[in-house]
Design a protein around this ligand. Structure first.
Ligand code: UT7
Length: 324
């Protein structure tokens, strides 16, 4: 209760130009448009160009976010970038975005919480703004996730895509913020379940990048349970309920998970923002991409209460409540 609130001042997203349809992926592995759409809701995914890195996607998104907010890059003093697919082992991809934006000072670093990364990054930036350490934060989720896929594994390669999205937050006094801003978060991990969704390589284990491995149906079951418990935690903390929520902006992994959580939490279907059909699971980028879609098409308006959630490798999961 510092008297400071983080207010979302702008949103933005970027999807690479190249689109891969379900029909095209059916020529790579034994699958079908029908199976993919029925089990996941995904129609297509975007694939980064060979010379496009995660920082390029993130920089495009950042430029759009700042334009949307009318905030100059020089005003930003913090970048928290969630990614599982960094440009390099070091330095942080966020520092490449800092350089590309022409933002001289401040600090930029990465957060790694896979598909929950955006919510972890939001919680991190929000906490740092509230302590007074920084004033204006870009919070970005960006992935070239298709680079860690095993293109012979139909259980995973049909699900994921590349993209970037984010928000810019400014630290405001509660008097100036009014009822707007980030209200609360609940973020959690459980390292004992990592075998169900992980990458089988890394710098200090195999010395390789590795590929995504997932026991999808087991992850599915944990997802609905963990996400629901995180949502209940943010409700308990704020006294708000599903009736108060104007829009539900979930992590876009699978339409069936979105529907399952909405049903369990008694969130009306008309409140669910779904973009999974257009870009598949873009990991840390999926929540801000969905948020930006609904803000820019006018569904989410200033004053609306937004509930967001995610679940991913780690396991990591969380929920967040904010008023736009
Ligand atoms: O964002 C990170 C968190 N990740 C998730 O939230 C993903 C959670 N899991 C899922 O979304 C779903 O479990 C999947 C979409 C991955 C799979 O759907 P499912 O309904 O759980 O299918 P399943 O894994 O139980 O597989 C059912 C069948 C299997 O065949 P048999 O053994 O019944 O003959 C699979 O081999 O579907 C088969 N299958 C496929 N068939 C056609 C698996 N992948 C495919 C495919 N095309 N791409």
């Amino acid at each position: 209760m510092t008297g400071i609130r983080s207010v979302i001042r702008g949103t933005g997203g970027y999807l690479p130009e190249r689109v891969m349809s379900n029909a095209e992926i059916s020529q790579i592995v034994e699958t079908s448009d029908e199976w993919i759409q029925e089990r996941t809701g995904i129609r297509q995914r975007h694939i980064a160009a060979d010379d496009e890195m995660t920082s390029d996607l993130a920089t495009h998104a950042a430029q759009r976010i700042l334009k949307d907010a009318g905030i100059a890059a020089e005003q930003v003093d913090l970048i928290v970038l969630a990614t599982t697919t960094p440009d390099k082992t070091f330095p942080a991809t966020a520092t490449a975005v800092q350089a590309k934006l022409g933002m001289g000072g401040g600090a930029a670093f990465d957060v790694q919480a896979v598909c929950s990364g955006f919510l972890f990054a939001l919680a991190t930036a929000d906490s740092m703004l509230k302590t007074g350490l920084f004033k204006t934060a870009l919070v970005i989720g960006a992935e070239t996730f298709t680079r860690i896929l095993d293109w012979s594994d139909r259980g995973t390669c049909v699900l994921f895509g590349d993209g970037a999205g984010g928000v810019v937050l400014t630290a405001e006094t509660e008097a100036d913020a009014g009822d707007r801003g980030v209200l609360t978060h609940h973020i959690r991990t459980d390292g004992t379940k990592s075998d169900l969704l992980h990458v089988d390589g890394g710098v200090s284990s195999t010395g390789t990048i590795g590929h995504v491995r997932m026991l999808g149906n087991q992850v599915f079951k944990h997802a609905v349970t963990n996400i629901s418990s995180a949502i209940n935690a943010v409700y308990d903390e704020t006294g708000l309920t599903s009736d108060d929520v104007d829009w539900f902006v979930p992590h876009q992994a699978n339409q069936r998970i979105l529907n399952g959580v909405a049903k369990k939490m008694k969130l009306d279907e008309s409140k669910v923002i779904s973009t999974v059909g257009d870009h598949g699971n873009t990991s840390a980028a999926s929540i801000p991409l969905a948020l930006h879609t609904a803000v820019s098409d006018g569904r989410i308006e200033p004053g609306h209460l937004v509930l967001s959630e995610a679940m991913g490798g780690g396991f990591s999961w969380g929920a967040s409540l904010f008023r736009i």
